[in-house]
Write a new protein. Structure first.
Length: 588
């Protein structure tokens, strides 16, 4: 089914054509003067230039053709040539009834579904998740869900960092503490223990300790570099230890991402791309793209039109080691081989933009990707504290994600029990859901590329443009519907009638924007479009609610219509927040 606005456009375009003009001038948009009309068409102005006629004359001709059309309640031509439109209530009601009976809420799926890989999360093994990883997880998860809803085949890949110096550091620290372990005995030929020699909490303490020591102790650092190289070259004991680090760490990451409602289809790692590197390097040399420069192997990628310097892409360091860039290039090869994606979207801190410019250019230049494959960098801004600097703990350290989340849950719990008398266990569960909405909505309601201030008081407020406000609105609807059902009422689709008041019509019009909000969010990989849409919808719902007696309405048909409208609003809101990656409780 077509989206609402295009139905209207279609009519006006046909009228332009009947009057002898090109149809394209009849495109209709949302009104920017909601006090005057709901939709408007500005095409007569451009049309006038082409046909050398006064715009108002054209607008009047078109309006005359459309007068009496049952879609419009009012259509008029105004100076200098605008066409102002109000849609008819019955047409609107009809559309919503159909939307309600369509299992996909009248959102059309993509005509040509694409295979899209979303590279997000990007946690580094054995390092605790911190708030820097939060944005990638939140935005990426939403981009994935939106793409899927629109019918694309979307694959989410966490792309763990498991191959760099951090692994060498951990191995070195374990060796210092437990030198007797068989992993470090080069003569050892037996099987290694199946149990890891550390727990997750030990592991989380090991990495920062090792990292700090390497900054003061050069010999230690050298040993860690050495251990990294040995691991990468496949030394058996190191590989076995690395596998333990992965197992312990991934189990913990799964739990943490799970608490955030973030699920990856693939748990691929940087190391998975390593087998592709030798052939890739050979091909780049053979085809004349890569050359030696001061011992390093590089590919030039600067372009004449560059306004800022784009350094050459380094493929191998002078000691022959692969780099972050090398891994990302090899990952593209692997993804092409395994999934042949139409597009790869990288949801990564925007400070890594240059890295991705280099990777994308190098991949295109050396033919790693097909020409039509999209490579998209969705760079996000920093999450700052109220002081405008990157978010830190009160003590000034890096904030661990778990602590941040539990702080917010605590705050929500406090608010919930302060407001009502509720069972403590239920309040704890509700607090979890509401806290997640606060974090995710607080993030997603901003355009991803912008920095934003993490403001606990604002994000957890039940008023204003916040996650808790949206949940509150959903819960309000659920409670009315429950009361209605408790009194024997049945919630049925297809019973929505033409609106009886302005606030009702406003709510109905807001609902019709669902399909276009989603299409736009998907095309632009922009979850904030959905937030903007649901915020307006929630406002319109609350306005309608305050002005309307719903359960005490005496006209049975009208009451059914109200209930249907509420239920559709609930469904649209719940579907939307699911695409943002959170859900609503039954009560709060
Ligand atoms: N692990 C990286 C980091 O913490 C992010 C990985 C992003 N994805 C990628 N394909 N490079 O900075």
């Amino acid at each position: 089914m077509k989206n609402f606005q295009s139905f209207i456009s279609q009519e006006v375009m046909a009228a332009f054509e009947t009057c002898g003009y090109e149809a394209q001038y009849g495109k209709v948009g949302l009104s920017n003067r909601p006090d005057l009309c709901e939709y408007q068409c500005n095409g007569a102005m451009a049309c006038a230039k082409k046909y050398k006629k006064a715009p108002l004359v054209i607008a009047e001709e078109v309006v005359e053709k459309l007068t009496g059309n049952p879609i419009f309640e009012e259509i008029s031509a105004v100076r200098p040539g605008f066409i102002n439109i109000r849609v008819s209530g019955s047409f609107l009601a009809n559309y919503l009834c159909q939307m309600q009976q369509d299992e996909h809420l009248s959102v059309e799926k993509a005509e040509q579904p694409k295979t899209i890989i979303v590279d997000y999360g990007g946690a580094n093994v054995a390092k605790p998740l911190h708030v820097g990883h939060l944005r990638s997880a939140i935005i990426g998860e939403s981009v994935k869900r939106i793409g899927r809803f629109l019918g694309h085949n979307v694959i989410g890949d966490v792309h763990l960092g498991d191959w760099g110096l951090q692994m060498g550091l951990i191995i070195t620290e374990v060796k210092t503490r437990q030198p007797e372990l068989p992993y470090f005995d080069e003569q050892y030929e037996g099987e290694y223990p199946s149990e890891a020699p550390f727990t997750i909490s030990e592991l989380e303490e090991i990495y920062p300790a090792a990292s700090a020591r390497s900054k003061e102790d050069e010999a230690y650092r050298q040993e860690a570099l050495d251990a990294t190289a040995k691991l990468q070259n496949g030394v058996r004991g190191y590989r076995a230890l690395w596998q333990h680090i992965l197992d312990v760490s991934i189990a913990d990451l799964k739990k943490n991402y799970g608490n955030l409602n973030v699920e990856f289809d693939l748990w691929k790692k940087e190391s998975d791309a390593q087998p592709y590197i030798p052939d890739m390097v050979e091909a780049m040399k053979r085809d004349g793209y890569a050359y030696m420069d001061q011992g390093a192997l590089i590919v030039d990628i600067a372009e004449e039109t560059d306004t800022k310097e784009v350094p050459p892409c380094m493929i191998l360091k002078s000691d022959g080691a692969a780099l972050y860039t090398t891994t990302d290039l090899a990952t593209i090869i692997e993804r092409r081989k395994l999934f042949d994606p139409d597009e790869i979207i990288y949801v990564v801190d925007k400070r890594q933009e240059m890295h991705f410019i280099q990777v994308f250019r190098c991949a295109r230049k050396t033919g790693l990707v097909k020409e039509e494959t999209g490579l998209k960098f969705l760079g996000f801004g920093t999450m700052n504290g109220k002081d405008g600097k990157p978010f830190k703990t009160r003590e000034g350290g890096v904030m661990r994600l778990e602590y941040l989340i539990s702080d917010i849950q605590q705050e929500m719990f406090r608010k919930i029990i302060e407001n009502h008398e509720v069972d403590e266990a239920e309040a704890r569960e509700t607090a979890k859901l509401v806290a997640l909405s606060a974090i995710k909505y607080g993030d997603l309601s901003n355009q991803a590329s912008k920095d934003y201030v993490f403001d606990l008081d604002k994000f957890t407020s039940f008023e204003g443009n916040t996650g808790p406000y949206i949940l509150y609105t959903i819960v309000r609807i659920k409670s009315i519907l429950n009361k209605y059902r408790a009194n024997g009422g049945k919630v049925e689709p297809g019973r929505i009638q033409a609106p009886a008041s302005d606030s009702e019509k406003q709510l109905m019009l807001a609902l019709t924007n669902f399909a276009s909000a989603l299409t736009q969010a998907c095309e632009e990989s922009a979850p904030h479009r959905i937030c903007a849409f649901i915020y307006e919808l929630a406002n319109d719902l609350n306005h309608f609610y305050h002005e309307t007696k719903i359960l005490t309405e005496e006209d049975a048909g009208r009451k059914k219509s109200y209930i249907g409208l509420l239920d559709l609003t609930r469904e649209v809101l719940e579907t939307s927040i699911d695409l943002l990656g959170f859900s609503a409780p039954e009560r709060m």
